[in-house]
Write a protein that binds this ligand. Structure first.
Ligand SMILES: NC(=O)c1ccc[n+]([C@@H]2O[C@H](COP(=O)([O-])OP(=O)(O)OC[C@H]3O[C@@H](n4cnc5c(N)ncnc54)[C@H](OP(=O)(O)O)[C@@H]3O)[C@@H](O)[C@H]2O)c1
Length: 321
């Protein structure tokens, strides 16, 4: 699917290459005065995203299901950037009650919200239902984030209106959407164990992430709201994401370090979308390595949904304007 290492050096329209790191793509950007929530920031791409946003002056809320891991990340960031503003808040995306509690706690802090990064993810495990009775990948990767986004939207809209600065919602999806079930999303069988396939289930949830970004982007644009929504594929990155798939996990543990992108590179697309002025006003796209970037019209062709908005413009075209 990826052969990332073959593409590492080539520079894209954005001026960055697939080997650029999150620090490199945000160099010189001042994030002071901005507030961001990063979900799943206790490891991997989320930790690096939170670190780099904090480095750029953004007040970062670590949304984590395990507060003690979150506190470790906070400590690590403060060690490097003693002036950083970082808060840890408990958030289990597989539980709707937890998502609601997180939002209530966040709202009680009376903070603005400029950037929401839906990064947390699970996948490739055996069939499992969440406490709400929803298949676990779909519950965590899509439903939890969908609810979180909806509950935070009013705050984001109010923030954008007040500051006149563009709010940004960044959804970490995956090219694994290609491995979804034959029909795309199994709307009538999401919580059924029969026919369950761990790879397709992960792909299905990531397809939902991409469609969520597109449709929300369309609605916000229609409403005239100053908030963009984009999804992305971070590349194949050396993290814990395969931990529940015994075979893949062994392979990744053996060769991942040599063949996959590191987290510094893996967080680049997210940080680019969250902070870079090049993507101001750009919304509804799926970004692959922030440069090999195209709207997912092929996704629409493969799985046509009634309300599915497809923006057929490539970012590279937009950037060249
Ligand atoms: N790595 C890749 O090659 C790759 C490729 C494409 C897309 N992605 C996407 O990138 C995102 C980040 O993944 P990663 O690669 O950095 O993997 P990772 O190291 O496993 O990080 C996943 C994060 O999600 C959190 N999480 C899992 N379930 C959660 C829940 N119910 N509530 C709250 N947080 C939860 C994990 O928390 P715990 O520490 O508590 O488990 C962890 O912080 C995911 O959305 C993934 O699908 C990764």
């Amino acid at each position: 699917m990826n052969m990332e290492w073959l593409r590492l050096g080539r520079k894209r329209q954005s001026g960055f290459s697939a080997s650029s790191t999150a620090e490199e793509v945000t160099l010189g950007i001042d994030g002071n005065g901005l507030t961001a929530i990063v979900t799943g920031s206790s490891s991997g791409i989320g930790t690096e995203t939170a670190r780099v946003l904090a480095l750029r002056g953004v007040h970062v809320i670590l949304g984590v299901r395990n507060p003690s891991s979150g506190n470790d990340v906070k400590e690590m960031i403060l060690k490097e950037v003693p002036t950083a503003a970082v808060d840890v808040m408990e958030l289990d995306l597989s539980s709707m009650a937890s998502v609601k509690k997180f939002v209530a706690n966040f709202n009680s802090m009376n903070l603005p919200l400029d950037i929401l990064i839906n990064n947390a993810g699970v996948g490739m495990s055996s069939f499992n239902l969440s406490e709400d009775g929803i298949e676990m990948d779909f519950a965590t990767n899509h439903i939890g984030h969908f609810l979180l986004t909806n509950l935070l939207l009013e705050n984001m809209k109010a923030t954008a209106l007040k500051t006149k600065l563009e709010g940004r919602i960044v959804i970490v999806a995956s090219e694994a959407y290609r491995f979804s079930y034959r029909q795309g999303i199994r709307f009538d069988k999401i919580n059924e164990e029969s026919g369950y396939n761990s790879i397709a289930s992960y792909g299905q949830s990531k397809l939902a992430n991409i469609l969520h970004a597109q449709e929300l982007s369309r609605r916000l644009e229609e409403e005239g709201v100053l908030i963009t929504v984009n999804s992305l594929h971070p590349g194949a990155v050396f993290t814990n994401i395969t931990r529940h798939h015994s075979f893949l996990n062994v392979i990744v543990a053996m060769i991942g370090k040599f063949l996959l992108r590191n987290v510094q590179q893996g967080a680049a697309t997210t940080c680019y979308l969250a902070l870079h002025p090049q993507v101001k006003g750009i919304s509804g796209l799926l970004l692959l390595f922030y440069g090999d970037v195209c709207a997912p019209s092929s996704i629409g062709a493969a799985w046509t949904l009634p309300h599915h908005h497809i923006n057929s413009t490539c970012l590279s075209t937009l950037l060249s304007k």
